[in-house]
Design a protein around this ligand. Structure first.
Ligand code: NAD
Ligand code: MG
Length: 380
């Protein structure tokens, strides 16, 4: 029996994780759950999974939760450090990090430092400080939940690290893959929030529409698998059936495939190195008919180029890119900037930042804070 904490249990990945746990009750016990503000959904999850701990970041809502669970053994944590506090509880074996954004970084580091397994959906923590996180982690201590990285991780079992020629990360292309480039500036949030193949949280859905999600994913791949920019390719594959591939030195290309369903990579991260049955829909290739591929258009989606820049530069570029993007996505959703301005602002901020080659955690967090401040000034 393994004890799991789910950070961000009320989000898209969090809810899928609980569905996986519900079907593997003989293997996993939920000992901790967390949410930013959705306390009612969190309370329902507490009633079903009966964890020992719960973390609700928003202090203003914590009284409601306390009243609901009065006289219960449940320990309620709150405030800015509650994610770190919950992962540090001694009974925790596996932390599923399914929070969105930079808030995931300190908890990811705490999980690794304590020698616990990190099932990582929160790609932002690797984008910001992959060099720090990976230098602390032992082999296979971080198990990727992001579908592309899970696919690469699974495909890598077919060869040795030195035999890798490159990885090919697939991208659905998002809702604007075939949309005229000259109409992109007029795109409204409601259009950008309609993803063709995946059901996800708001921030990653916008990132998928700008291809910033792929930019974050190539940075994530660099750190997880120790790759150079030349070893990471991106290909548009609108059917989202091949989740990514690894090409080895003998020309063999190993792919991981399946219908798009995040429960597959989530469960694999939890049960690794084993597999367990999962009630998924089976792949019907004749029913799908054809799998298509094309090159991404970096002029239309310049975010992707910024991802490669961050892979090449390393240092504080990732943290700056991530923070500027978080702010820009929010500004787009609030109607303050145009869709196409997201990448423009992010580029401006990363190209003006004070670059540090090998930043410590404080310097990473300072770069993040600086970028947010800079974005605020741009938006005024
Ligand atoms: P979501 O918006 O649906 O859920 C986010 C969760 O994080 C919620 O539980 C929310 O309460 C919590 N949260 C938000 N802000 C917080 C804060 N300041 N402090 C503490 N908790 C906070 O997001 P999601 O789509 O589930 O994505 C979560 C992460 O997984 C992201 O990093 C995303 O890039 C990654 N990811 C998601 C998918 C997907 O299919 N949704 C796929 C691959 C990777
Ligand atoms: Mg992904």
């Amino acid at each position: 029996m393994k004890n799991i904490v789910v950070l961000g249990s009320t989000g898209s990945i969090g809810k899928n994780t609980l569905e996986v746990a519900r079907n593997l009750k003989d293997k996993f016990q939920i000992v901790g759950l967390s949410s930013n503000s959705r306390w009612e959904l969190l309370a329902e999850q507490v009633e079903e999974f009966k964890p020992r701990y719960v973390a609700l970041t928003d202090c203003g809502l914590v009284e409601k939760l306390k009243r609901r669970f009065q006289g219960n053994q449940l320990k309620i944590l709150t405030g800015n450090n509650c994610l770190q506090e919950i992962v540090l509880k001694p009974e925790v074996d596996i932390v599923v990090s399914a929070v969105v954004g930079a808030v995931g970084l300190p908890a990811a580091i705490a999980t690794i430092e304590q020698g616990k397994t990190l099932a990582l959906a929160n790609k932002e923590s690797l984008v910001m400080a992959g060099h720090l996180v990976m230098s602390l982690a032992k082999k296979n201590q971080i198990l990727p939940v992001d579908s592309e990285h899970s696919a690469i991780f699974q495909s890598l079992h077919s060869g040795k690290p030195r035999e890798i020629k490159r990885v090919i990360i697939t991208a659905s292309g998002g809702p604007f893959c075939d949309y005229p480039a000259d109409k992109l500036p007029e795109v409204k949030p409601a259009q950008a929030l309609k993803h063709p193949t995946w059901q996800m949280g708001q921030k990653i859905t916008i990132d998928s529409a700008t291809l910033m999600n792929k930019a974050l994913e190539i940075i994530e791949a660099k750190w997880l698998f120790g790759l150079t920019a030349e070893q990471i390719d991106v290909v548009i594959h609108p059917q989202s059936i091949i989740h990514s591939m690894v090409e080895f030195c003998d020309g063999s290309v190993i792919a991981q495939m399946g219908l798009p369903d995040m429960k597959v990579p989530i469960q694999y991260a939890l049960t690794y190195p084993e597999r367990s049955p999962l009630g998924v829909r089976w792949l019907d290739l004749p029913g799908i008919g054809s799998l298509t591929f094309k090159k991404p258009d970096v002029d239309k989606f310049p975010a992707l180029r910024l991802g490669y820049q961050a892979v090449r530069e390393g240092g504080t570029t990732g943290a700056t890119l991530n923070a500027a993007n978080e702010m820009a996505v929010q500004a787009f959703l609030n109607g303050q900037i145009r869709f196409t301005e997201i990448a423009v602002y992010v580029e401006k901020v990363i190209n003006h930042h004070h670059f540090i080659k090998n930043p410590c955690l404080e310097e990473v967090l300072a770069a993040d804070a600086w970028a947010r401040q800079e974005m605020k000034k741009c938006l005024m």
